[in-house]
Ligand binder design. Structure first.
Ligand SMILES: NC(=O)c1ccc[n+]([C@@H]2O[C@H](COP(=O)([O-])OP(=O)(O)OC[C@H]3O[C@@H](n4cnc5c(N)ncnc54)[C@H](O)[C@@H]3O)[C@@H](O)[C@H]2O)c1
Length: 353
């Protein structure tokens, strides 16, 4: 790829998120050409071409992505399929030595996540997980301030996320969803928690249920957990799937010298000494990328050096998610994260950057 020619991009999974990400990439000022798309439905590929305003080669069917990867000259691939197949799709993309942008949750299960992370590191290509909250000023600034010690040692946290999550189509099927809402929208919140605090999960203990408006489904809809982290912080994580109306969340980080709260776009600091609340400015560095897609293209083009969501963050979330789901499935038993890692011959050390 010469620096003047467009990045040759193909996508596996061109549904809702996929189409949005592909269109964002295609509009990038540094040049991305969408060469091909694979999906189960040709209508989705027609829709993609209409949105892009130019034709893309179509690969229709469950295994058609293999042909797409084999017969096109590509630089990069996007993976926007249901959760469980992410694993086979990212392995295939890496076998073809391509840069990869992958939707959350990166892959399901810490053993799979560590395997693909190792392969991605060895490939020397760009691998980035689409956790867009890393690019939201309030969360990125909070991470920076926590690392600078603004609120002292982190002691506790509280994470609440609720929405109307009916778990439709593949999201309702365990073999595609890999953990219901906990592994779907919940993934974003486990990610920002671990990312902002820059620590690893130690244990999870809690309950899940599969009720949505009084009806039992096949996947995990709701959950409430006590989580311990490797920095000794403890906290509560609550995910609810059947509240009517819009999406709501509440994230609070409590340290020895103060707390941080998030409201809308606001980042609010409670200074424990002065006993006062005030808004923190959330301006990020000038070259901070605006989104995972922007970071992906700029990394490929060598316009930025920092990958804000390398695959290792997908591993950390995969481990915590696995511990929470196991605890839920085992009636609330406390699950130690290091024990999960031992099963695949890993340790927490493998989750360090
Ligand atoms: N970052 C976010 O905020 C966000 C938001 C929504 C969805 N997502 C993620 O995006 C991914 C897709 O979710 P969605 O809401 O777009 O679902 P979707 O059902 O709209 O899209 C998934 C697409 O994958 C296709 N597909 C399934 N198996 C395939 C295969 N073997 N080969 C090729 N295509 C295949 C389906 O036909 C479908 O079009 C998930 O990982 C989801 O968690 C992320």
């Amino acid at each position: 790829m010469s620096s003047s020619s467009a990045i040759r991009f193909a996508a596996i999974g061109c549904g809702n998120a996929g189409t949005a990400r592909i269109c964002t990439l295609a509009e990038h000022e540094l040049g991305v050409k969408v060469v091909a798309g694979a999906d189960l439905l040709s209508a989705n590929l027609d829709n993609l071409a209409a949105r892009l305003g130019y034709p893309v080669k179509q690969y229709v069917g469950d295994q058609a992505y293999k042909k797409m990867l084999a017969e096109n000259e590509l630089d990069a691939v996007g993976i926007f399929t249901p959760h469980i197949p992410h694993y086979e799709h990212v392995l295939a993309a890496m076998q073809h030595n391509l840069h990869v942008l992958i939707e959350k949750p990166m892959v399901c299960g810490s053993a799979n996540a560590l395997e693909v992370t190792k392969l991605m590191r060895e490939s020397g290509k760009v691998g980035i997980v689409h956790y867009q909250r890393h690019y939201e000023p309030k969360f990125a600034k909070a991470r920076e301030l926590i690392q600078k010690g603004l609120i002292g040692d982190i002691q506790r946290f509280f994470v609440y996320m609720a929405q109307d999550w009916p778990g439709q189509t593949w999201r309702a099927e365990p073999e595609y969803s890999g953990g219901g809402q906990i592994n779907d929208s919940g993934s974003h919140y486990l990610d920002i928690l671990l990312w902002m605090l820059d620590t690893l999960p130690r244990s999870a203990e809690g309950h899940t249920d599969s009720f949505y408006n009084g009806k039992r489904g096949k996947v995990e809809f709701n959950g409430s957990f006590n989580i311990e982290l490797e920095n000794d912080a403890v906290g509560r994580v609550v995910f609810l799937a059947d509240i009517p109306g819009g999406f709501i969340d509440d994230v609070r980080i409590i340290g020895s010298e103060g707390s941080l709260f998030f409201q809308g776009d606001r980042l609010i600091h409670f200074d424990a000494k002065k006993k006062s609340y005030h808004d923190m400015p959330t301006t990020l560095a000038k070259n901070y990328p605006s989104s995972p897609c922007d970071n992906f293209v700029k990394l490929i083009r060598n316009k930025v050096r920092i990958n804000r969501v390398p695959f290792i963050f997908g591993c950390r979330v995969a481990l915590l998610t696995e511990a929470m789901l196991r605890s839920g499935a085992q009636g609330g038993r406390k699950i130690i994260c290091a024990d999960i890692l031992k099963e695949s011959g890993h340790s927490l050390e493998d989750l360090l950057e």
